[in-house]
Design a protein around this ligand. Structure first.
Ligand code: SAM
Ligand code: SF4
Length: 353
Protein backbone atom coordinates (compact mmCIF):
# COMPACT_ATOMS: atom_id res chain seq x y z
CA UNK A 1 0.00 0.00 0.00
CA UNK A 2 2.88 2.37 0.60
CA UNK A 3 4.68 1.68 -2.65
CA UNK A 4 1.86 2.62 -5.01
CA UNK A 5 2.88 4.25 -8.27
CA UNK A 6 2.04 7.86 -8.90
CA UNK A 7 -1.31 7.91 -10.65
CA UNK A 8 -1.05 7.93 -14.39
CA UNK A 9 -3.46 10.85 -14.73
CA UNK A 10 -0.61 13.16 -13.81
CA UNK A 11 1.40 13.61 -17.03
CA UNK A 12 4.90 12.82 -15.91
CA UNK A 13 6.53 14.09 -19.08
CA UNK A 14 5.09 17.58 -18.58
CA UNK A 15 6.22 17.62 -15.00
CA UNK A 16 9.67 16.31 -15.77
CA UNK A 17 10.17 19.00 -18.39
CA UNK A 18 9.56 21.58 -15.65
CA UNK A 19 8.11 24.03 -18.13
CA UNK A 20 6.41 26.88 -16.29
CA UNK A 21 5.95 30.37 -17.64
CA UNK A 22 8.38 32.57 -15.69
CA UNK A 23 5.84 35.35 -15.24
CA UNK A 24 3.70 32.99 -13.16
CA UNK A 25 6.34 32.47 -10.52
CA UNK A 26 5.22 33.76 -7.15
CA UNK A 27 1.63 34.31 -8.25
CA UNK A 28 -1.22 32.26 -6.81
CA UNK A 29 -1.86 29.10 -8.82
CA UNK A 30 -5.17 28.49 -10.56
CA UNK A 31 -6.27 25.12 -11.83
CA UNK A 32 -7.59 24.55 -15.35
CA UNK A 33 -11.13 25.31 -14.12
CA UNK A 34 -10.09 28.71 -12.82
CA UNK A 35 -10.20 27.76 -9.16
CA UNK A 36 -7.52 29.52 -7.11
CA UNK A 37 -5.69 26.84 -5.11
CA UNK A 38 -3.96 28.40 -2.12
CA UNK A 39 -4.75 26.11 0.81
CA UNK A 40 -2.60 23.09 1.62
CA UNK A 41 -3.65 20.50 4.19
CA UNK A 42 -0.56 18.77 5.49
CA UNK A 43 -0.74 15.36 7.13
CA UNK A 44 2.18 15.22 9.56
CA UNK A 45 1.76 11.57 10.50
CA UNK A 46 -0.68 8.76 9.77
CA UNK A 47 -0.45 7.62 13.40
CA UNK A 48 -3.00 8.44 16.04
CA UNK A 49 -3.73 7.97 19.73
CA UNK A 50 -7.37 7.16 18.84
CA UNK A 51 -9.04 4.74 16.41
CA UNK A 52 -12.29 6.50 15.48
CA UNK A 53 -14.78 4.09 13.93
CA UNK A 54 -15.28 6.22 10.81
CA UNK A 55 -11.56 6.76 10.23
CA UNK A 56 -9.56 3.62 10.99
CA UNK A 57 -10.15 -0.10 11.26
CA UNK A 58 -10.05 -1.41 14.84
CA UNK A 59 -6.89 -3.46 14.27
CA UNK A 60 -4.16 -4.13 11.71
CA UNK A 61 -3.87 -0.51 10.68
CA UNK A 62 -0.75 -0.40 8.48
CA UNK A 63 1.25 2.68 9.49
CA UNK A 64 4.04 4.17 7.41
CA UNK A 65 7.55 3.16 8.46
CA UNK A 66 9.39 6.25 9.72
CA UNK A 67 11.88 6.51 6.81
CA UNK A 68 8.91 6.90 4.47
CA UNK A 69 7.83 10.13 6.17
CA UNK A 70 9.18 13.47 5.03
CA UNK A 71 11.73 14.69 7.55
CA UNK A 72 11.16 18.15 9.01
CA UNK A 73 13.78 19.60 6.65
CA UNK A 74 12.17 17.90 3.62
CA UNK A 75 8.73 19.08 4.69
CA UNK A 76 9.91 22.67 5.13
CA UNK A 77 11.47 22.62 1.67
CA UNK A 78 8.19 21.39 0.15
CA UNK A 79 6.27 24.07 2.04
CA UNK A 80 8.66 26.80 0.88
CA UNK A 81 8.04 25.64 -2.68
CA UNK A 82 4.28 25.54 -2.03
CA UNK A 83 4.38 29.11 -0.73
CA UNK A 84 6.27 30.15 -3.87
CA UNK A 85 3.53 28.42 -5.89
CA UNK A 86 0.92 30.61 -4.22
CA UNK A 87 -0.20 28.59 -1.21
CA UNK A 88 -1.04 30.96 1.62
CA UNK A 89 -2.83 28.84 4.20
CA UNK A 90 -1.53 25.65 5.80
CA UNK A 91 -3.55 23.27 7.96
CA UNK A 92 -1.65 20.68 9.95
CA UNK A 93 -3.52 17.44 10.33
CA UNK A 94 -2.87 13.71 10.49
CA UNK A 95 -3.43 11.11 11.87
CA UNK A 96 -2.98 13.15 14.97
CA UNK A 97 -0.68 16.11 14.22
CA UNK A 98 0.22 16.73 17.87
CA UNK A 99 2.01 13.35 17.90
CA UNK A 100 4.58 14.62 15.44
CA UNK A 101 7.95 14.89 17.13
CA UNK A 102 8.99 18.54 17.52
CA UNK A 103 5.56 19.90 16.53
CA UNK A 104 6.03 23.26 18.28
CA UNK A 105 9.33 23.97 16.51
CA UNK A 106 7.84 22.80 13.24
CA UNK A 107 4.98 25.30 13.58
CA UNK A 108 7.48 28.06 14.31
CA UNK A 109 9.52 27.16 11.22
CA UNK A 110 6.43 26.99 8.97
CA UNK A 111 5.20 30.34 10.24
CA UNK A 112 8.53 31.87 9.24
CA UNK A 113 8.17 30.82 5.58
CA UNK A 114 7.63 33.92 3.40
CA UNK A 115 4.15 33.77 1.87
CA UNK A 116 2.52 31.59 4.51
CA UNK A 117 -0.11 33.83 6.06
CA UNK A 118 -2.10 31.44 8.19
CA UNK A 119 -1.48 28.14 10.01
CA UNK A 120 -4.30 26.11 11.49
CA UNK A 121 -4.49 22.62 12.94
CA UNK A 122 -7.14 19.92 13.09
CA UNK A 123 -6.68 17.78 16.18
CA UNK A 124 -8.50 15.38 18.44
CA UNK A 125 -7.49 17.72 21.28
CA UNK A 126 -6.04 15.04 23.56
CA UNK A 127 -2.62 16.69 23.75
CA UNK A 128 -3.76 20.32 23.68
CA UNK A 129 -3.89 20.67 27.46
CA UNK A 130 -0.08 20.78 27.34
CA UNK A 131 0.48 22.05 23.81
CA UNK A 132 -2.11 24.77 23.12
CA UNK A 133 -0.08 27.58 24.75
CA UNK A 134 3.29 26.65 23.19
CA UNK A 135 1.67 26.12 19.77
CA UNK A 136 -0.01 29.51 19.90
CA UNK A 137 3.24 31.14 20.98
CA UNK A 138 5.01 29.43 18.07
CA UNK A 139 2.57 30.97 15.59
CA UNK A 140 -0.42 28.64 15.31
CA UNK A 141 -3.44 30.78 14.45
CA UNK A 142 -6.44 28.48 14.87
CA UNK A 143 -7.55 24.97 15.83
CA UNK A 144 -10.42 22.72 14.85
CA UNK A 145 -11.06 20.13 17.55
CA UNK A 146 -12.96 16.91 16.92
CA UNK A 147 -15.62 16.02 19.48
CA UNK A 148 -18.25 13.58 18.29
CA UNK A 149 -20.25 13.19 21.46
CA UNK A 150 -20.99 14.88 24.79
CA UNK A 151 -21.51 11.50 26.41
CA UNK A 152 -18.28 9.94 27.76
CA UNK A 153 -19.41 6.39 26.94
CA UNK A 154 -20.46 7.18 23.37
CA UNK A 155 -17.29 9.20 22.91
CA UNK A 156 -15.17 6.30 24.12
CA UNK A 157 -17.01 3.89 21.82
CA UNK A 158 -16.73 6.10 18.73
CA UNK A 159 -13.05 6.89 19.31
CA UNK A 160 -12.32 3.37 20.56
CA UNK A 161 -10.88 4.41 23.90
CA UNK A 162 -10.68 8.23 24.03
CA UNK A 163 -11.30 10.31 27.16
CA UNK A 164 -13.91 13.04 26.69
CA UNK A 165 -12.51 14.85 29.76
CA UNK A 166 -9.15 15.18 28.04
CA UNK A 167 -10.78 16.61 24.92
CA UNK A 168 -12.59 19.21 27.04
CA UNK A 169 -9.31 20.03 28.79
CA UNK A 170 -7.83 20.58 25.34
CA UNK A 171 -10.73 22.79 24.27
CA UNK A 172 -10.38 25.02 27.34
CA UNK A 173 -6.60 25.17 26.91
CA UNK A 174 -7.09 26.29 23.29
CA UNK A 175 -9.60 28.92 24.44
CA UNK A 176 -7.22 30.22 27.06
CA UNK A 177 -4.32 30.29 24.63
CA UNK A 178 -6.37 32.50 22.27
CA UNK A 179 -6.65 30.03 19.41
CA UNK A 180 -9.92 31.53 18.24
CA UNK A 181 -12.32 31.58 16.58
CA UNK A 182 -12.51 27.90 17.40
CA UNK A 183 -14.28 25.25 15.38
CA UNK A 184 -15.46 21.94 16.77
CA UNK A 185 -16.06 19.01 14.42
CA UNK A 186 -18.38 16.04 14.80
CA UNK A 187 -18.77 13.27 12.26
CA UNK A 188 -22.36 12.11 12.61
CA UNK A 189 -22.91 8.37 12.27
CA UNK A 190 -26.40 6.93 12.27
CA UNK A 191 -27.07 4.79 15.33
CA UNK A 192 -24.02 6.13 17.20
CA UNK A 193 -24.29 9.87 17.82
CA UNK A 194 -27.14 11.07 15.60
CA UNK A 195 -29.36 11.34 18.68
CA UNK A 196 -27.02 14.06 20.01
CA UNK A 197 -27.15 16.58 17.21
CA UNK A 198 -29.46 18.97 19.06
CA UNK A 199 -27.29 18.94 22.20
CA UNK A 200 -24.19 19.49 20.11
CA UNK A 201 -25.83 22.35 18.20
CA UNK A 202 -26.95 23.96 21.45
CA UNK A 203 -23.32 24.40 22.54
CA UNK A 204 -23.34 27.40 20.22
CA UNK A 205 -25.96 29.12 22.41
CA UNK A 206 -23.31 29.54 25.14
CA UNK A 207 -20.03 29.67 23.19
CA UNK A 208 -18.87 31.67 20.15
CA UNK A 209 -17.70 28.48 18.42
CA UNK A 210 -18.57 27.13 15.01
CA UNK A 211 -19.88 23.62 15.53
CA UNK A 212 -19.46 21.63 12.33
CA UNK A 213 -21.43 18.54 11.43
CA UNK A 214 -19.59 16.33 8.92
CA UNK A 215 -21.16 13.62 6.78
CA UNK A 216 -19.24 10.34 6.90
CA UNK A 217 -17.16 9.96 3.76
CA UNK A 218 -16.40 6.57 2.20
CA UNK A 219 -12.62 6.54 2.47
CA UNK A 220 -10.53 3.39 2.32
CA UNK A 221 -11.19 1.08 5.29
CA UNK A 222 -14.56 2.57 6.31
CA UNK A 223 -16.59 2.56 3.08
CA UNK A 224 -19.11 0.08 4.57
CA UNK A 225 -19.80 2.28 7.58
CA UNK A 226 -20.20 5.28 5.33
CA UNK A 227 -22.88 3.55 3.26
CA UNK A 228 -25.06 2.77 6.26
CA UNK A 229 -24.06 5.64 8.51
CA UNK A 230 -24.48 8.79 6.42
CA UNK A 231 -26.95 11.23 7.94
CA UNK A 232 -27.58 13.91 5.34
CA UNK A 233 -27.25 17.59 6.11
CA UNK A 234 -30.92 18.03 5.19
CA UNK A 235 -31.91 15.50 7.84
CA UNK A 236 -29.61 17.09 10.44
CA UNK A 237 -31.00 20.56 9.84
CA UNK A 238 -34.58 19.25 10.00
CA UNK A 239 -33.86 17.51 13.33
CA UNK A 240 -32.25 20.60 14.84
CA UNK A 241 -35.01 22.91 13.60
CA UNK A 242 -37.67 20.67 15.16
CA UNK A 243 -36.19 21.58 18.55
CA UNK A 244 -34.87 25.12 18.18
CA UNK A 245 -37.03 26.58 15.40
CA UNK A 246 -35.83 27.83 12.01
CA UNK A 247 -32.08 28.33 11.69
CA UNK A 248 -30.79 31.59 10.23
CA UNK A 249 -28.49 31.23 7.20
CA UNK A 250 -25.12 32.76 8.14
CA UNK A 251 -23.39 32.83 4.77
CA UNK A 252 -20.46 30.80 3.52
CA UNK A 253 -16.88 32.08 3.38
CA UNK A 254 -14.97 31.67 0.14
CA UNK A 255 -13.36 28.24 -0.02
CA UNK A 256 -15.09 27.00 3.13
CA UNK A 257 -16.96 23.76 2.49
CA UNK A 258 -19.27 24.38 5.45
CA UNK A 259 -22.71 25.88 4.90
CA UNK A 260 -23.23 28.10 7.90
CA UNK A 261 -26.33 28.73 10.00
CA UNK A 262 -27.10 30.19 13.41
CA UNK A 263 -29.63 29.44 16.09
CA UNK A 264 -31.31 32.88 16.33
CA UNK A 265 -29.54 34.93 19.01
CA UNK A 266 -26.71 32.41 19.54
CA UNK A 267 -23.12 33.70 19.68
CA UNK A 268 -21.82 30.65 17.84
CA UNK A 269 -22.66 29.20 14.44
CA UNK A 270 -23.41 25.80 12.94
CA UNK A 271 -21.55 24.47 9.92
CA UNK A 272 -22.65 21.57 7.73
CA UNK A 273 -20.14 19.76 5.53
CA UNK A 274 -21.90 17.57 3.00
CA UNK A 275 -19.29 16.08 0.70
CA UNK A 276 -21.60 13.18 -0.08
CA UNK A 277 -25.07 14.70 -0.49
CA UNK A 278 -24.14 18.24 -1.58
CA UNK A 279 -20.55 18.46 -2.89
CA UNK A 280 -18.66 21.75 -2.79
CA UNK A 281 -16.20 20.99 -5.59
CA UNK A 282 -16.94 24.20 -7.52
CA UNK A 283 -15.37 26.32 -4.78
CA UNK A 284 -12.59 23.91 -3.83
CA UNK A 285 -9.38 25.81 -3.04
CA UNK A 286 -7.26 23.04 -1.54
CA UNK A 287 -4.84 20.22 -2.04
CA UNK A 288 -3.33 17.77 0.41
CA UNK A 289 0.21 16.72 1.22
CA UNK A 290 0.51 13.25 2.72
CA UNK A 291 3.04 12.44 5.43
CA UNK A 292 5.04 10.46 2.86
CA UNK A 293 5.29 13.47 0.60
CA UNK A 294 2.61 12.94 -2.05
CA UNK A 295 0.47 15.78 -3.28
CA UNK A 296 -3.04 14.36 -3.22
CA UNK A 297 -5.10 16.31 -5.72
CA UNK A 298 -8.67 15.68 -4.48
CA UNK A 299 -9.74 14.14 -1.15
CA UNK A 300 -12.13 11.68 -2.78
CA UNK A 301 -9.98 10.63 -5.72
CA UNK A 302 -6.75 8.67 -5.85
CA UNK A 303 -4.64 10.98 -8.08
CA UNK A 304 -1.27 11.84 -6.57
CA UNK A 305 2.07 13.36 -7.42
CA UNK A 306 5.21 12.23 -5.62
CA UNK A 307 7.18 15.19 -4.24
CA UNK A 308 9.28 13.12 -1.84
CA UNK A 309 11.07 11.38 -4.70
CA UNK A 310 11.89 14.76 -6.20
CA UNK A 311 13.18 16.14 -2.90
CA UNK A 312 15.29 13.05 -2.27
CA UNK A 313 16.66 13.21 -5.83
CA UNK A 314 17.95 16.71 -5.07
CA UNK A 315 15.32 18.86 -6.82
CA UNK A 316 15.82 22.60 -6.38
CA UNK A 317 13.21 24.86 -4.82
CA UNK A 318 12.29 26.12 -8.31
CA UNK A 319 11.82 22.59 -9.62
CA UNK A 320 9.60 21.71 -6.69
CA UNK A 321 7.54 24.85 -7.19
CA UNK A 322 7.07 23.93 -10.85
CA UNK A 323 5.93 20.42 -9.95
CA UNK A 324 3.42 21.83 -7.50
CA UNK A 325 2.09 24.27 -10.12
CA UNK A 326 1.64 21.41 -12.60
CA UNK A 327 -0.18 19.38 -9.98
CA UNK A 328 -2.51 22.34 -9.34
CA UNK A 329 -3.19 22.68 -13.05
CA UNK A 330 -4.14 19.00 -13.19
CA UNK A 331 -6.43 18.98 -10.17
CA UNK A 332 -9.59 17.07 -11.10
CA UNK A 333 -12.84 19.01 -11.21
CA UNK A 334 -14.52 17.04 -8.45
CA UNK A 335 -15.07 13.71 -6.84
CA UNK A 336 -16.95 10.84 -8.46
CA UNK A 337 -19.09 9.56 -5.60
CA UNK A 338 -22.37 10.25 -7.47
CA UNK A 339 -21.08 8.10 -10.36
CA UNK A 340 -20.07 5.33 -7.98
CA UNK A 341 -16.32 6.00 -7.90
CA UNK A 342 -14.86 5.25 -4.48
CA UNK A 343 -11.26 6.11 -3.59
CA UNK A 344 -9.27 3.10 -2.39
CA UNK A 345 -5.68 4.30 -2.13
CA UNK A 346 -5.70 5.97 1.25
CA UNK A 347 -7.79 6.22 4.39
CA UNK A 348 -8.72 9.46 6.13
CA UNK A 349 -5.91 9.05 8.68
CA UNK A 350 -3.43 9.34 5.79
CA UNK A 351 -5.20 12.28 4.18
CA UNK A 352 -6.13 14.37 7.17
CA UNK A 353 -9.74 15.21 6.30
N1 SAM B 1 -6.80 13.48 14.36
C1 SAM B 1 -7.31 14.77 14.03
C2 SAM B 1 -8.79 14.87 14.29
O1 SAM B 1 -9.43 13.84 14.46
O2 SAM B 1 -9.30 15.98 14.31
C3 SAM B 1 -7.00 15.18 12.60
C4 SAM B 1 -7.11 14.13 11.54
S1 SAM B 1 -8.77 13.61 11.19
C5 SAM B 1 -8.51 12.47 9.89
C6 SAM B 1 -9.42 15.08 10.40
C7 SAM B 1 -10.92 15.17 10.35
O3 SAM B 1 -11.42 14.14 9.53
C8 SAM B 1 -11.61 15.00 11.72
O4 SAM B 1 -12.50 16.08 11.92
C9 SAM B 1 -12.35 13.71 11.57
O5 SAM B 1 -13.51 13.72 12.34
C10 SAM B 1 -12.62 13.67 10.08
N2 SAM B 1 -12.88 12.34 9.53
C11 SAM B 1 -12.18 11.20 9.73
N3 SAM B 1 -12.72 10.18 9.03
C12 SAM B 1 -13.78 10.68 8.36
C13 SAM B 1 -14.74 10.13 7.47
N4 SAM B 1 -14.72 8.86 7.09
N5 SAM B 1 -15.68 10.96 6.95
C14 SAM B 1 -15.73 12.26 7.32
N6 SAM B 1 -14.85 12.84 8.14
C15 SAM B 1 -13.89 12.06 8.69
FE1 SF4 C 1 -7.31 9.71 14.91
FE2 SF4 C 1 -8.48 11.86 13.94
FE3 SF4 C 1 -8.75 9.51 12.70
FE4 SF4 C 1 -9.92 9.85 15.05
S1 SF4 C 1 -10.36 10.99 13.15
S2 SF4 C 1 -8.70 8.08 14.43
S3 SF4 C 1 -8.52 11.18 16.07
S4 SF4 C 1 -6.91 10.66 12.90
Amino acid sequence: MHTHPVMSLVPRAGIESGHVQPQLLGMPAHDRYGRRIDYLRVSLTDRCNLRCVYCMPSADMPFLPRPELLTNDELLMVLRAAAAAGFRKIRLTGGEPTLRHGIVELVRAIKAIPGIEHIAMTTNGLRLRALAGPLQAAGLDRVNISIDSLDPVTFRQMSRGGSLDEVWAGIWAAEEAGLHPMKLNAVIVRGMNDDEVVRLAELTRCHPWEFRFIEVMPLSGVAGLAEEGVVSTAELIARIETHVGPLEPDGQSAGDPARRYRIPGAPGTLGFISAVTDPFCATCNRMRLTADGRLHLCLLRDDELDLRAAVRAGASLDELEQRIRHAVALKPWGHGLPEGFQPTLRGMAQLGG
